[in-house]
Design a protein around this ligand. Structure first.
Ligand code: TXA
Ligand code: MG
Length: 359
């Protein structure tokens, strides 16, 4: 029996149940499995045998949570409407939000989407890596309609993480995978985060430790109007513009829900966030950047040295830790919008948004 690596204390036998109970809103939820049954059955360190097991589950239409370099994904066979429906059900995700299909390499991506020369240049520069391209569907494409939310375009990504690559090779299928959290929650960057949200709703969690990038992929649409930034993410705008040799258009926020997080309060923690805070108010937790707040138990610094790449890697973990401590408000220090700062500020803005129906 394999034991899951334990990236945070939520996985200690004493701590996990209590932590999970404290995250649940509905006291009438079905009882939690014991730590032992969970550790034995549902979460395995990523190695040759667990990856083979994960591939078997995916080919049979099941759900597997797996690490990528950005965040953990909740994967299913992207060619099967029935398998993809399980993703929407597990996440409680609105069905109009299309999913990214993860593929092994550029050749596999060309089977699914029609590349313009600019899309090709971006793929060559940034794949494998945290870039997603939205392309018109190719005649040979087999990503199912549900994964595309009925659109005639498809979102494609070739991930760089060793485990994801081995899983894609073993499965031989495009894998549809949103972030492995309940819809609207903070994205998971460890296997423990996945378990907090999705335990009991997924057939297997592969654990390969924390995700190195820590924010989701940058999404660029390469449809009729030329390259357009739909979501800032793990590859900076500057890096993409350098390859294109011109400025990227920004998505105008039109009527169709094509970009992520256009739903209010995407990525939301329970605490409310006070952004661009230059000092801490009494009783607040602090999410610091560059050592602006005084060092204290209620303060976590995303990057004491002021580096946006390091801050991105820490963003979702630090938010979860502070949120779990029960503060009503988390004050967030100003973060520059350069490099991955644009993606960080985008996530923070959504996390701070009013929640529909919130008290
Ligand atoms: O880093 C990532 O991108 C992670 C890992 C698991 O790969 N995945 C991820 O997926 O963040 P998700 O589902 O949380 O965000 C994907 C977003 C969707 O919200 C959707 O708006 C956009 O991609 N998308 C997918 N297909 C699209 C399409 N055909 N047109 C426009 N946007 C699309
Ligand atoms: Mg997500």
């Amino acid at each position: 029996m394999a034991i899951c690596a334990r990236p945070i204390d939520a996985f200690t036998k004493a701590g996990r149940g209590a932590k999970l109970h404290s995250m649940r809103q509905d006291p009438n939820d079905t009882p939690l499995p014991t730590a032992d049954s969970y550790l034995a059955d549902r979460c395995l360190p990523a190695d040759a045998s667990s990856i083979a097991e994960a591939a078997r589950i995916l080919r049979a239409g099941g759900l597997v949570a797996f690490p990528t370099e950005t965040v953990y994904g909740l994967g299913a066979d992207a060619t099967s409407d029935i398998a993809v429906a399980k993703i929407y059900a597990a996440k409680g995700r609105p069905a109009f939000n299309p999913l990214i299909a993860h593929v092994e390499d550029l050749a596999a991506a060309r089977q699914q989407g029609i590349f313009t020369s600019e899309a090709e240049a971006l793929a060559k520069a940034f794949w494998p890596g945290p870039l997603t391209l939205v392309l018109p569907i190719a005649p040979t494409g087999n990503v199912c309609a549900l994964a595309r939310a009925g659109l005639d375009s498809v979102a494609l990504r070739v991930p760089a993480h060793e485990t994801t690559r081995r899983l894609l090779a073993a499965t031989g299928l495009p894998i549809a995978a949103p972030s492995a959290n309940i819809s609207g929650h903070v994205s998971p960057v460890t296997a423990a985060h996945v378990a907090e949200d999705l335990d009991g709703r997924v057939d297997l969690i592969l654990d390969a430790g924390p995700c190195p990038v820590g924010v989701e992929s940058t999404i660029i649409s390469c449809l009729k109007n030329g390259p357009t930034l739909l979501r800032p993410g793990g590859i900076s705008r500057e890096a993409i513009e350098a390859v294109l040799g011109r400025k990227l258009a920004d998505h105008a926020g039109g009527k169709a829900v094509l970009a992520p997080g256009q739903l209010a309060s995407h990525y939301a923690p329970r605490a409310s966030l006070r952004l661009a805070a230059t000092s801490l108010e009494p009783g607040e937790a602090g999410l610091d950047f560059g050592g602006r707040f005084p060092k204290a138990a209620n303060v976590l610094d995303l990057s004491p040295r002021g580096d946006t790449t390091e801050a991105a890697a820490n963003l979702f973990s630090h938010l979860r830790v502070l949120d779990a401590r029960g503060f009503a408000t988390i004050a967030v220090a100003p973060i520059p919008s350069t490099g991955l700062g644009e993606a960080i500020n985008d996530r923070l803005k959504r996390a701070a948004a009013e929640r529909p129906g919130a008290q």
